[in-house]
Design a protein around this ligand. Structure first.
Ligand code: PLP
Length: 410
């Protein structure tokens, strides 16, 4: 008898966006004339920039000639891309990395989901709450949690982030082994100062814990002094792994390219306390289970670092951050309490009159024909909050804010 991994049965309901899709489809069915604007799912709308397109074309042509054709590539990624990553994303921030500390992949979702495989199943996991759901679900699948009771999984340490604590998570009172930090945060759009982040690095050092640092939105940071990489913090190279993605930075959500930094100095331990390099374990995991990102795609990603590419993606980021400003200021003008939107393309709002998140979802959909994301979809501390994204077109963003101002009864 083939048995299933029963941990999958603990996973909660349908995936957040499936439920949103169901409600939107039902509304559309009942109101076929409604012009619905989607500011819910975090997908981008601007096309790939010309520098990337040029390189993609050239790489396609190379694949058609025997002397430039490429077959299986290195699972860890081509050095031409890794060297650019190190040179542009880390060196200017004082972070030195070696080529074999960067692993190119087809997505941060895959990497943050897969990374837990190299850790023991009895590790205690801490996650900030609310947060991108993949950290939690991948640990549920692996059996690191108990059952789901009263809105939470047993054996998970939730670190609430809300308006009351200024979205700065408190260090856990109990000892934890794996800590997921997502900064700038999805969904709250908030960040941590270097000082606050240093407290986490110190905690990890003291407790021999590992920080899994998701920096998928670092390119959207506008304020100076906010850390872009955890490795800007002294000591982090001993206790942290960092995830970055070209998805939001350069419009690669459909093209797929990301990378993960695993310094050779970051260690985890056997039952009897023997230190092992996580870099070696991740390398083994990737070479066994991953075939690498296509050459063509890596050439496209390489162009992000050319002078034209840098200029062009800066324009795109500016476009989205202007949308964020329009949303933030529009909502504030009607008296809503709004967070994020300054260093991240997400706007996190407190629902009016303490309405629950799904009720606000339905209200926004029926009154203004706008789709957002209920805060509860990101964790129990998301209750009473709601996420809008700045990834829509300018036209739709302006239209949506106009409708919220004129159609939403508060
Ligand atoms: N990490 C965070 C915090 C995200 O919000 C997302 C996507 O929405 C991802 C990772 C996924 O990135 P990728 O497209 O590289 O898989």
């Amino acid at each position: 008898m083939a048995k299933i991994n029963e941990n999958y049965l603990k996973l909660q309901g349908s995936y957040l966006f499936a439920e949103i899709g169901r409600r939107v489809a039902k509304f559309k069915n009942e109101n076929p004339e409604a012009n619905i604007i989607k500011l819910g799912i975090g997908d981008v709308t601007r096309p790939l920039v010309p520098a990337v397109i040029d390189n993609l074309h050239k790489a396609v042509d190379e694949m058609g000639h025997a002397d430039t054709f490429r077959g299986y590539g290195p699972e860890q990624g081509y050095e031409f891309l890794i060297e650019k990553v190190i040179e542009h994303d880390f060196k200017p921030r004082g972070v030195e990395l070696e080529v074999d500390e960067v692993f190119i992949s087809d997505g941060s979702k895959c990497d943050v989901g897969n990374i837990q495989e190299i850790f023991g199943t009895d590790n205690v996991v801490a996650i900030t709450d609310p947060v991108y759901p993949v950290y939690l679900d991948s640990n549920v699948m692996a059996g690191r949690t108990g059952s789901f009771r009263e809105g939470k999984f047993e054996n998970i340490v939730y670190l609430p982030c809300n308006a009351e604590n200024d979205f700065v998570p408190e260090l856990p009172k109990e000892k934890v082994d794996m800590i997921y930090l997502c900064l700038p945060n999805n969904p709250t759009g908030t960040t941590l100062s270097k000082e606050d982040l240093k407290k986490w690095v110190d905690y990890a050092k003291e407790n021999k814990a590992i920080i899994l640092f998701d920096a998928a939105y670092e390119a959207f940071i506008q304020e100076t002094d906010i850390p872009h990489s955890i490795f800007e913090i002294e000591g982090a190279k001993d206790v942290a792994i960092e995830f970055r993605s070209f998805s939001k930075t350069a419009g690669f959500t459909g093209t797929r390219c990301a990378y993960t930094v695993v310094p050779k100095t970051v260690m985890a331990y056997t039952e009897n306390g023997e230190a092992h390099s996580l870099n070696k374990l991740w390398n083994r995991r990737q070479t066994t289970k991953f075939n690498g990102v296509p050459y063509i795609i890596q050439k496209g990603a390489e162009a992000v670092y050319s002078p034209e590419g840098q200029q062009q993606i800066k324009e795109t980021i500016k476009y989205y951050m202007t949308n964020a400003k329009i949303i933030k200021e529009g909502l504030e003008s009607i008296g809503l309490q709004v967070f994020g939107g300054v260093n991240a393309p997400y706007i996190w709002l407190k629902t009016p009159n303490n309405m629950d998140s799904w009720t606000f979802f339905d209200k926004l959909l029926t009154e203004a024909h706008i789709v957002g994301t209920p805060g509860t979809g990101f964790g129990p501390s998301g209750a009473g909050y709601f996420r809008l994204t700045a990834f829509g077109s300018r036209e739709n963003t302006e239209k949506a804010i106009n409708r919220i101002k004129t159609k939403l009864s508060l």
